[in-house]
Design a protein around this ligand. Structure first.
Ligand code: IFM
Length: 463
């Protein structure tokens, strides 16, 4: 029996994103996104795959809502595909795209599942990228037009809005390292992109509120607690730098603290910013970015242990990250460190006082396959989820206003540059037949929701 009981009203959900599950890439007037272009560029995605079909959720959503219902989900976090709504990025709104999400939201509500709608989960319309993408300020204006179109249509029924998912990934993986679409490798461009992403967040909040009377609006950041590999001054400084690069660069401006001065200095010293610093930031931008929101979403997967290593500037990387070798890792190579979730929740609450927090993603990639009877005994995922929920519970005990938790992900899906090789789902998807099989973790999650709690006692991982 669970001994860690969550507060009454705690929201239990699961999350996905449009490009990772929808498929139907060419249907109902959808335009091209940067991920379509990226996937079609040889060598960008490990298994050469794309989201063209993915989980075919665009057609199978009634079945997927029935699955959510069976699992007892109270909320579902999904994203809207910008290229379905405004195929050229700006200008004409595609009513067929809006109609799809309109029907989908109605069906969720009819099933008594609360929609949490993310506006941007990385599928920028390619025509916008052709004009400079997030490195250009006008992309923030385009985003506001898109937010206006979606919130005008759905704002009477959707009450939970997330402007952006993980702007660190959208800017740094997209424009600095090039591991994600649009595949650019230019640190200065990535810093401009990060600013325009955050600016578009702030600019769209009042627009969403105007269209959705009961809206609660927030942004989702992926946060990674950093630990110095040793007590040496160099490692501690590398840790400060990593934390600034990953966490504070996004948290600080969103909570009205400007961009961190130490990072601006580091970036000027490294030549990523001009000597005058943040030349692309206009006077009113920071107030706009710091527009008060109703909650912050935190995506947590792992921590990083950081050591100082001088690497050639040409490699275009931050100081090297060194993952603790003695730890357990998931199949994608990320360390399992549940206490990092407790730590980051407490830190965000104490440093920034957001008022309300959701864990908008947490989960693990394990490839456990169906056995001969067709069941998926993903014991390690159950252990991962249970330990992270226990950590979340400890954070609540410490006073963190955590209002809900979303498992990543409802379904196995297209894992970006890894293609279909990594499986984060609590539901197995057979990509040949599109059959869905709830894994043991899904059944465990159903019971957890029913009991509104987890057991603190560790299970033994055997699979
Ligand atoms: O699949 C992604 C998701 O799109 C964003 N957060 C992390 C997940 C796992 O990598």
């Amino acid at each position: 029996m669970p001994d860690l009981i969550f507060p009454p009203g705690f929201v239990w959900g699961a999350a996905t994103s449009a490009y990772q599950i929808e498929g139907a890439a060419q249907e109902d007037g959808r335009g091209e996104s940067i991920w379509d272009r990226f996937c079609n560029t040889p060598g960008k995605v490990k298994d050469g795959s794309s989201g063209d079909v993915a989980c075919d959720h665009y057609h199978r959503w009634p079945e997927d809502i029935a699955l959510m219902k069976k699992l007892g989900l109270q909320a579902y976090r999904f994203s809207v595909a910008w290229p379905r709504i405004i195929p050229d990025g700006r200008g004409v709104v595609n009513e067929a795209g809006l109609d799809h999400y309109d029907r989908f939201v109605d069906a969720l509500l009819a099933a008594d599942i609360e929609p949490f709608l993310t506006l941007y989960h990385w599928d920028l319309p390619q025509p916008i990228e052709d004009r400079g993408g997030w490195t250009e300020r006008c992309t923030a204006e385009a985003f506001v037009e898109y937010a206006e179109a979606v919130s005008r249509r759905l704002g009477d029924r959707v009450e939970n809005w997330i402007t952006h998912n993980e702007p660190w990934c959208a800017s740094m993986l997209g424009y600095q390292t090039g591991h994600h679409a649009p595949g650019i490798r230019d640190f200065s461009a990535a810093l401009r992109a990060s600013h325009h992403l955050l600016l578009s967040h702030g600019m769209s909040v009042p627009v969403i509120r105007a269209n959705s009377r009961n809206a609660e609006v927030g942004i989702t950041l992926n946060l990674v607690p950093a630990v110095a590999a040793s007590d040496s001054e160099a490692d501690r400084d590398a840790c400060r730098h990593f934390d600034g690069y990953f966490n504070r660069w996004f948290l600080d401006p969103v909570f009205g603290r400007h961009y961190p001065a130490d990072m601006v200095r580091d970036y000027v010293d490294a030549g990523h910013l001009p000597p005058e610093g943040l030349s692309f930031v206009r006077p009113a931008d920071l107030d706009m970015i710091a527009t008060t929101t109703d909650f912050i979403g935190i995506n947590y997967y792992n921590r990083e242990v950081v050591r100082s290593e001088k690497i050639p500037e040409a490699e275009n990387k931050p100081r090297k990250v060194f993952v603790a070798p003695e730890s357990e890792h998931t199949d994608i190579g990320w360390e399992v460190h549940p206490d990092g979730l407790r730590e980051i929740l407490i830190r965000v609450d104490q440093t920034y006082q957001p008022g309300k927090i959701y864990v908008t993603e947490n989960g693990a990639s394990y490839g456990t396959r169906p056995d001969s009877t067709g069941e998926v005994h993903d014991v390690r995922r159950i252990q991962y989820l249970r330990e992270h929920l226990a950590a979340a519970h400890h954070a609540i005990d410490a006073g963190v206003p955590l209002a809900g938790y979303f498992a990543w992900s409802l379904l196995d899906n297209f894992e970006w540059a890894f293609g279909y090789a990594q499986r984060f789902g609590i539901t197995w998807v057979d990509y040949q037949t599109q059959q869905r099989i709830p894994k043991d973790s899904a059944l465990w999650y159903r019971d957890t929701i029913l009991q509104n709690g987890v057991e603190s006692e560790a299970l033994k991982a055997t699979a």
